[in-house]
Design a protein around this ligand. Structure first.
Ligand code: SF4
Length: 432
């Protein structure tokens, strides 16, 4: 669908409409026509004589059938529609092979730099003082540039969670920035302003900071520390070999738990270094419709669970994150199938925790998703501006998800801690 054509159609219906009203109606027509896979012209028959207010009300009712009556007017977010075809995600399957590799002078002799030189002999290698701007102007081309650097400041921090949400006391180390998977909901699309993959070569400095860290244990028996905020924890592990240093480090510190969060099956390093009770390897899991259609380039659910079984056999504990849960027609039976597949496959006594969180995103991310993945279905649900300024399903819809999933998970995996991620404290309390 073309934005200019949509504007033309709305103007035909309401010729004297101003720019703000035009923006709102174009947005509504676009979202309805996309979700219902219909010709947008059918939504605005020219012969029907209606005012702007009447047209808007009619379209809002159709776009938000479950929440139109209960949502406050200012919860509907109707920004300008800007579909830029040059920003579409490139979903052509390809191996990770950067065209240009920048290595910061301070780490040019590091083990990681040596491995990268051996892995990508055809890449153009450049040494940099770390001040030069690297990367593409287009997020979709971020994997063309790899930057091996020395991290100086951003080692450890408490998880920022989401403003006003109930935190779980998580702690983060930033081992990498950028990912080669293309999950349609990934917040990096909007957050990452340096369009490259950044990997720190000074893992030993991270471990020095960790060794003297003071951590909050939150909801859990021991503090949890993880590395999967700005990248997938294992997607580059064959290259970085961070697992080779992290696992022995945490093996000596059983008072803490470390979590690798991944969708990958890149577990060779973990198997090589051997299992460890206080290292939890967590997979993001979802209905097959989401893993197959919205998490591009990632291994499917069966492959993720097979990898989980292997690391459990090696002595690691497991974690799973049903995040983001997406509501669509028939979503419940699909999620039941995923849980059944987990129950049929996994050793239940090895599962340390399972989190559940519904799809949420910032306003800016919504626009990124629709321009990068114009055929997405994940935005077709009824998202409203919510307590933390993010777009979420309304409280009733989220509670429906949790009332369905949380008891089912607790019944299926009775030894496992099941908790909600980034939720309104009032909603979280009712599922503790
Ligand atoms: S695996 Fe995580 S970091 Fe990578 S694209 Fe998906 S959501 Fe983003």
């Amino acid at each position: 669908m073309n934005v200019a054509e949509l504007e033309q159609q709305v103007k035909q219906k309401l010729p004297s409409i101003g720019p703000n009203k035009l923006r709102e109606l174009v947005r509504l027509v676009y979202e309805i026509a996309k979700r219902e896979q219909m010709d947008p012209r059918e939504l605005l028959p020219v012969e029907e004589k209606l005012t702007f207010e009447a047209v808007k009300k009619k379209l809002l009712k159709r776009r938000y059938p479950a929440t139109f009556k209960t949502a406050a007017k200012n919860q509907f977010y109707l920004p300008k529609l800007e579909l830029d075809p040059s920003r579409r995600a490139d979903l052509t399957p390809r191996p990770f092979y950067p065209k240009t590799v920048y290595i910061e002078t301070a780490v040019t002799d590091s083990e990681l730099a040596a491995r990268v030189r051996a892995a990508f002999p055809k890449a153009d290698f450049k040494e940099t003082d770390g001040k030069t701007q690297v990367g593409s102007d287009n997020f979709s081309r971020r994997t063309e540039t790899l930057f091996i650097h020395r991290e100086k400041y951003d080692f450890l921090k408490p998880c920022p969670c989401s403003c006003g949400s109930a935190g779980c006391g998580y702690n983060l180390i930033n081992l990498g920035f950028g990912c080669r998977f293309e999950c349609e909901y990934c917040f990096l699309q909007q957050y990452q302003n340096l369009h490259a993959v950044l990997l720190p070569a000074n893992i030993d400095e991270f471990l020095e900071k960790l060794a003297v860290g003071k951590f909050n244990k939150g909801l859990f028996d021991r503090p949890r520390i993880g590395s999967g905020e700005f990248t997938d924890s294992l997607v580059f592990d064959d290259l970085t070999q961070y697992s080779q240093k992290l696992v022995p480090f945490f093996r000596e510190r059983p008072q803490w738990q470390f979590e690798f969060k991944t969708k990958s099956t890149n577990i060779g390093g973990l198997l090589q270094v051997g299992g460890c009770e206080n290292v939890v390897v967590s997979w993001s899991v979802n209905s097959s419709k989401i893993t197959d259609r919205a998490e591009h380039f990632t291994p499917d659910l069966t492959a993720r669970l097979a990898a989980a079984c292997e690391v459990a056999k090696a002595g690691y504990r497991l974690g799973f994150h049903f995040d983001p849960v997406v509501i669509y027609d028939g979503y419940q039976p699909d999620y039941v199938r995923t849980i059944q597949q987990m129950a049929d496959t996994l050793p239940p006594d090895k599962i340390a925790w399972i989190s559940v969180g519904t799809l949420r995103f910032s306003r800016e991310l919504k626009k990124q998703i629709e321009t990068r993945f114009p055929e997405n279905f994940i935005l077709d649900g009824e998202f409203l501006l919510d307590f933390d300024g993010k777009m979420r399903y309304d409280t009733a819809q989220r509670q429906e998800v949790y009332r369905f999933l949380v008891p089912l998970l607790r019944k299926t995996f009775p030894q496992t801690q099941v908790y909600l991620c980034m939720e309104d404290p009032a909603v979280t309390r009712s599922f503790l």
